[in-house]
Design a protein around this ligand. Structure first.
Ligand SMILES: [Zn+2]
Ligand SMILES: [Zn+2]
Length: 354
């Protein structure tokens, strides 16, 4: 098998060729067809996330060892299965849930590997999808994506389920309430598409880049706001007195600072983006105005299945993706880091012979 690996923290990916592994009893070997490139791959390659206040979450301390194959938006065809695997067929296409838990804790037993304290994700701790092949530890992490276009479906494994899970946390039963999406990169655009698929009509897309706001308009959002020139006052005016919910796909002090001045009483702010930094919260206003600040990261296999069903039903149209050969993994990370990409890049693993 061929792959593109992090060999040294922060340094360019290197091509590697190694023996294709054989599946153990419960394992499924996938011949990958596509893998999306996520902004967090940029951070993972650096080896840390900035937790704010000078604190770094160092990935080596969380079990990540080099060399590592990045990539946590994999989709592929089952190439071989272990002796104890049931319910999946060789030759069929599946999306892979890369958020693999310990399998033993209360969260894992409920199918919420994403809440496992010992999560060992593919592309972070286990080998990921910037490769021709990938070993999946159990068939329960495979999601049937019949009828979906595989390159577009790949992004459901991270950005799709991340946006879906964040939208669910808004807890807005009435679809006429005002919701702001902060950040309209790949994740934000899928977030907008999912909010629309769930019936939300009053969405304000925010970014500091007009090209990204144009992409949000093309995705059907009527209201956009450039945060270079506008802020809480414009959000209050557009929404006629305050937002019911905000999803922050940036995760920077400047975007978090919009929460309290822009939300109505009882509003929810869901923080998703991993830009990094820290913020100060006026606690009395938080209490008196009953504002909820919530965090959200990725999602469960069940949520991926709900998301696939939303696409299959025709309610959700997945955003177009930019397909590049697998060998452009490094270039794609650099382009993402430099902000040169609108929407999502998906690597074509079939461009490399196994
Ligand atoms: Zn991701
Ligand atoms: Zn667990």
């Amino acid at each position: 098998m061929k792959s593109f690996d992090v060999v040294e923290w922060g340094k360019p990916l290197q091509q590697a060729v190694r023996e294709t592994p054989e599946p153990g009893p419960h394992e499924v070997l996938m011949r990958l067809t596509y893998c999306g490139v996520c902004h967090s791959d940029v951070h993972i390659r650096e080896g840390f996330f900035d937790m704010g206040g000078g604190v770094k979450n160092v990935l080596a301390d969380r079990g990540m060892k080099l060399p590592l194959i990045l990539g946590h938006e994999p989709i592929g065809v089952v190439a071989a299965v272990g002796s104890a695997v049931a319910g999946v067929r060789v030759g069929e296409t599946y999306l892979v849930n890369p958020w693999i838990g310990c399998g033993k804790c209360a969260a894992c037993l409920k199918g919420q590997d994403n809440l496992c304290n010992l999560m060992a994700a593919m592309g972070m701790v286990r080998p990921g999808g910037f490769a021709t092949h990938m070993m999946v530890p159990h068939a329960r992490y495979l999601v049937d994506v019949q009828g979906l276009e595989p390159a577009q479906a790949a992004v459901l494994a991270c950005s799709g389920v991340t946006a879906y899970s964040a939208a669910a946390k808004l807890g807005l039963p009435e679809t006429g309430q005002w919701v702001a999406v902060l950040g309209c990169g790949g994740l934000g655009l899928i977030g907008v598409a999912i909010l629309k698929a769930l019936g939300h009509r009053n969405i304000i897309a925010c970014d500091i880049d007009d090209a990204k706001l144009d992409a949000a308009k093309a995705a059907g959002v009527e209201h956009v706001l450039n945060l270079k020139t506008g802020g809480a006052a414009q959000l209050l005016a557009l929404s006629g007195g305050g937002l019911s919910g905000m999803i922050d796909f940036v995760g920077a002090p400047a975007t978090a600072a919009l929460a309290l001045p822009s939300l109505q009483k009882g509003g929810r702010f869901v923080s998703v983006g991993l830009f990094g930094g820290a913020t100060t919260i006026p606690l009395v206003a938080l209490a008196m105005r009953e504002i909820s600040l919530m965090g959200s990261a990725v999602g469960s296999t069940a949520q991926m299945r709900e998301l696939v069903a939303l696409v299959q039903s025709g309610q959700l149209t997945l955003p177009a993706v930019q397909v590049r050969p697998l060998a452009q993994a490094e270039q794609s990370l650099q382009d993402l880091q430099a902000g040169r990409i609108t929407g999502r890049v998906v690597l074509d693993a079939m461009s490399e012979a196994a």
